[in-house]
Design a protein around this ligand. Structure first.
Ligand SMILES: C[S@@+](CC[C@H](N)C(=O)[O-])C[C@H]1O[C@@H](n2cnc3c(N)ncnc32)[C@H](O)[C@@H]1O
Length: 174
């Protein structure tokens, strides 16, 4: 939300495969007066009346936000490439070995655009799962840079698990 409001993107897409998460995102966008569109959402998500011309959503912010259903397992490469992203952001998405392969495919397809890079915040609850993610990225020729960051004490969160922030780019063959 902060990147969408203050990063001044031309367009920002929020994605998930969960109707509950998408509904919560819709509420947060309304609370922050972000104008957004919500095409292609499953019908149970549409119940939240997610619409760009919803009367109390005022277009006071410049970026155009989209709420979009995206399932890393089901999405075709073409659907993923349609995002045409310059930057993708993700937090706490490496939590289950089963989703690593589909997630790395999504990342690889997004990184086909040469100007694209990703920032992923990983909470390391299980080091083996994180290692598997790193190996899978490596096999997919994704370059990984671990960014320095100072954990903030502003928010309440689990301070026991380590958080690593990765910058992902396509490895260039020299
Ligand atoms: C641990 S939560 C993290 C949520 C949020 N990014 C955060 O940091 O609070 C993981 C998120 O990944 C989503 N997710 C899991 N499997 C997915 C899949 N196959 N396709 C798309 N999203 C998925 C879940 O719906 C959930 O919102």
């Amino acid at each position: 939300m902060t990147a969408c409001l203050f990063g001044k993107p031309k367009q920002y897409s929020f994605t998930d495969r969960s109707a509950v998460v998408l509904s919560t995102l819709a509420k947060n966008l309304k609370l922050n007066a972000v104008n957004y569109t919500a095409a292609e959402l499953p019908s149970d998500t549409q119940d939240e009346k997610t619409s760009a011309d919803d009367s109390h959503v005022t277009a006071v912010r410049t970026p155009v936000a989209n709420l979009r259903f995206l399932d890393w397992v089901e999405a075709s490469n073409d659907e993923i490439a349609e995002y045409d992203a310059d930057l993708f952001l993700a937090a706490d998405v490496v939590f289950d070995p089963v989703i690593i392969e589909p997630l790395v495919r999504v990342i690889s397809v997004l990184l086909r655009k040469s100007s694209c890079y990703g920032i992923i915040s990983c909470t390391i609850r299980n080091p083996e799962t994180f290692e598997l993610f790193i190996k899978s990225l490596d096999s997919a020729d994704v370059h990984i840079e671990t960014l320095d960051h100072t954990p903030s004490n502003i928010y309440f969160y689990d301070r026991i698990a380590e958080v690593r922030i990765l910058r992902l780019t396509k490895s260039r063959v020299h």
